[in-house]
Design a protein around this ligand. Structure first.
Ligand SMILES: Nc1ncnc2c1ncn2[C@@H]1O[C@H](COP(=O)(O)OP(=O)(O)OP(=O)(O)O)[C@@H](O)[C@H]1O
Ligand SMILES: [Mg+2]
Length: 257
């Protein structure tokens, strides 16, 4: 059962860019997430939090059509996101920065970015320059092979590759993986800028709970495949006790007022 941090926790509205209802999904027919309800509106940054193995990556994979829903539904920009058709959700305007980054290490930064353009020439794509404006550290590295970039530079490239397509929905799975906290502090606000400047809906999976809540509007906390807590970022930052309990799998009997 889901706890809400306060009574004022927002409910589903009519114009969500991502709408997940009663979703169960998993591997080899065995559900590892169950009954997930989640939505992301235009211009919103939503954080999906929770301990290792909670089901965050599984939720993102199902949202972009890379994993089959066993029950329930996912809609992206008003269209059902079906398993086996991630290209369709991509064409609609969804970009997914996966946990493993999926960069082409033998290709240069520029070549990796061109792959994000899906056929458009870089001089035709509005998102190309703005992606580099948001991540200027990539500019001097354009001709370097992705495999020779540092971990942080690879994260930036994965983000930039998602951004060049001017996404309306951006899913980012652990942007901060393996990065120094000071770099995370610099990178995370970029997703806030993207939502503010382009009106995209952004769903971030993040282990740095407090940093994520600093940039997010709302958050969901998953544990053992279910959403156990949700609320505005502001409310959750004030309810450290509820956050900790949801991570530790404790009882969430107390409702905030
Ligand atoms: N390919 C797979 N085959 C079988 N089980 C899997 C597979 N991928 C993940 N799982 C299991 O599904 C559950 C949820 O995994 P998931 O990767 O969604 O968690 P997560 O919240 O993203 O964790 P982390 O924070 O460690 O990345 C875990 O129990 C995991 O072991
Ligand atoms: Mg994961």
């Amino acid at each position: 059962m889901t706890d809400t941090a306060t009574e004022s926790s927002p409910s589903t509205s009519g114009n969500n860019l991502v709408e997940i209802e009663n979703l169960s999904a998993g591997y080899a027919g065995v559900a590892v997430i169950r009954g997930v309800n989640l939505h992301v509106g235009a211009g919103e940054v939503v954080a999906l939090l929770g301990p290792n193995g909670a089901g965050k990556t599984t939720t993102l994979l199902t949202t972009s059509g890379l994993l089959k829903a066993l029950e329930g539904s996912v809609s992206v920009l008003g269209e059902p996101s079906n398993f086996g058709a991630p290209h369709k959700t991509a064409r609609l305007g969804l970009a997914h920065v996966p946990e493993d980054r999926s960069l082409f290490f033998g290709l240069t930064v520029q070549e990796n970015l061109r792959l994000g353009l899906r056929g458009k020439r870089s001089d035709q794509a509005a998102g190309y320059e703005s992606a580099l404006d948001l991540l200027p550290a990539l500019r001097p590295l354009m001709n370097r092979r992705a495999g020779l970039l540092s971990g942080g530079e690879q994260q930036m490239l994965a983000m930039a590759r998602a951004l060049v397509s001017n996404p309306k929905v951006l899913l980012v799975d652990e942007m901060s993986l393996g990065l120094a906290p000071i770099i995370v502090e610099r990178l995370l606000p970029i997703v806030r800028d993207i939502a503010n400047e382009t009106g995209a809906g952004v769903l971030i999976v993040e282990q740095h709970v407090h940093l994520a809540l600093e940039v997010a509007d709302r958050a969901y906390v998953m544990s053992h495949g279910e959403i156990v807590l949700e609320g505005s970022a502001e409310e959750l930052l004030q309810r450290q006790d509820l956050l900790e309990a949801s991570y530790l799998g404790g009882e969430l009997e107390e409702e905030a007022s």
